[in-house]
Ligand binder design. Structure first.
Ligand SMILES: [Fe+2]
Length: 469
């Protein structure tokens, strides 16, 4: 909890206190004192076991799934074959039925500088039953591979569901720790909400797209079995005119498909899904969002569609955070905040997850929407209709941690810590969700920061005092 609600009231108190010759710091919440070994991130070498190519001629690799429709009855299965196109057919069957069904997909390829991709398969399986375990098989001949996933329960207001949160993952030794901690967290996440910056291949010469392939093999152990919901980050741009690469997001859009058309979006960078009791809106920090742009018009039409009696939990994912008190990427999210924040308050978004800053931060419920150029009212204020903003860009990529913070900690910042980790958002029912953040240095069950979220539609009372950090 902050000492004070806003910096304007804070400054007047500072004046009074200074007269009394007492030192007071206009602090916000808590800056963690946790001390870790700070080292530069190092990517795992190409011959690491996590990058191993599955054995056999043309064996499917980089298998990944994501939600394939608006409600969770479809799954997009994607994988890569390196030697020849092979088949885009997915065989699948439910746990309780031995009857195999087939879905057909398509193959895409792309070139990037000197790199030519493998054959990237995307196949959507539709008309699945809710809450059912399915097995699926890809590949042909002697090199088929089998995986499984469980579909979500039918969308409804009191359906419990557990989401994992990972951002800015990359493929360093720290990335591997983050993924392992997520997998071994006793609060089992069923779907990952990924807030952007996947492979960091663009840190290599000519954006060496081999590092997109290694990343696909690295995360397969999770994303082949549970959907990851994708958000585009700046490391997905791969815009490099000096090597002739002028089509932004080329590797990302060829490799990672999302069900954007199901929510009437016109581009794969902003879209929505429903899953269990959550309505999840994915926004694009690196696509136009000014007035009259496709993303602006889509979001304007989208928010009124959210029915909180059906999906009480309104969650927004984006890459660049709006509230960030680190000295990294400071204010980069500001222009989007100016455009969309009044809507987030009007429609009572529960929580916004962002990445980009390689650290962890959780805000109070604040808004900053009163400013109209002439009135000078430009300080974030406590607002029970506003979301909590969480920066979870601490997946552990090779660029290392953001350790430098603005001081003093602003009043809107409830907790911040420069450590790698992941989070869990565990929806219990329409009124309560339990949120926890887990740093990599701790045991798998340890919660370094935790908060009971009270739903903004069904239970809009102040939940800021529930922090257990
Ligand atoms: Fe980023």
């Amino acid at each position: 909890m902050g000492l004070l609600g806003s910096s304007s009231s804070c400054s007047s108190l500072v004046a009074v206190v200074l007269v009394l010759n007492v030192v007071v710091v206009c602090n916000g919440g808590k800056t963690s004192t946790f001390v870790r070994k700070v080292e530069k991130g190092i990517d795992m070498p190409l011959d690491s076991d996590v990058f191993q190519i599955p054995p056999g001629y043309n064996a499917p690799q980089q298998v990944h799934i994501t939600q394939g429709d608006h409600v969770g009855k479809a799954v997009i299965v994607s994988w890569v074959t390196m030697d020849e196109p092979g088949s885009s057919t997915v065989d699948y069957w439910s746990e309780n039925s031995k009857e195999k069904k087939q879905a057909q997909g398509k193959i895409v390829t792309y070139k990037f500088s000197y790199y030519t991709s493998g054959f990237i398969h995307h196949t959507t399986i539709r008309k699945l039953k809710f809450n059912t375990k399915y097995y699926y098989e890809v590949g042909i001949g002697h090199t088929t591979r089998q995986f499984w996933f469980t579909t979500p329960p039918e969308v409804g207001p009191d359906v419990p569901y557990t989401f994992g949160l990972i951002g800015d993952l990359g493929q360093s030794f720290d990335s591997n720790m983050t993924l392992t901690h997520y997998e071994l967290n006793p609060q089992k996440g069923k779907t990952v909400l990924f807030v952007g910056d996947l492979s960091y291949a663009d840190n290599y010469t000519n954006h060496d797209n081999v590092r997109w392939d290694t990343w696909g093999r690295f995360v397969e152990r999770s994303v082949a079995y549970q959907p990851w919901i994708w958000t585009a980050g700046n490391h997905e741009l791969d815009f490099e005119p000096k090597i002739g690469e002028t089509k932004p997001f080329k590797p990302y859009t060829h490799r990672y498909h999302v069900p954007y058309k199901a929510s009437n979006s016109t581009a794969p960078f902003w879209y929505s899904i429903k899953r269990a009791s959550a309505y999840i809106i994915v926004l694009a920090s690196y696509s136009a969002y000014g007035k009259y742009t496709p993303q602006y018009k889509w979001l304007e039409a989208e928010l009124p569609k959210v029915d909180r009696t059906e999906t009480p939990w309104l969650i927004v994912l984006m890459h660049s955070p709006w509230y960030n008190s680190y000295n990294y990427h400071y204010m980069e999210g500001e222009t989007m905040r100016v455009m969309f924040e009044p809507w987030f308050v009007k429609y009572k978004v529960d929580v916004v997850f962002a990445g980009h800053v390689h650290a962890y931060e959780r805000s109070e419920r604040v808004s900053n929407i009163a400013y109209n150029v002439v009135n000078g009212i430009c300080t974030p204020v406590k607002d029970q209709s506003a979301p909590v903003y969480i920066t979870i860009g601490d997946g552990g990529n090779l660029e290392g941690l953001a350790t430098n913070m603005t001081e003093p900690q602003p009043a809107y910042s409830a907790y911040r810590e420069a450590s790698f980790g992941h989070a869990i958002f565990d929806i219990k029912n329409r009124t309560h969700a339990y949120y926890s953040w887990h740093r990599n240095q701790d045991g798998y069950a340890v919660e370094a920061d935790a908060l009971w979220f009270f739903n903004r539609h069904w239970n809009p009372v102040d939940d800021s005092s529930n922090g257990q950090s």
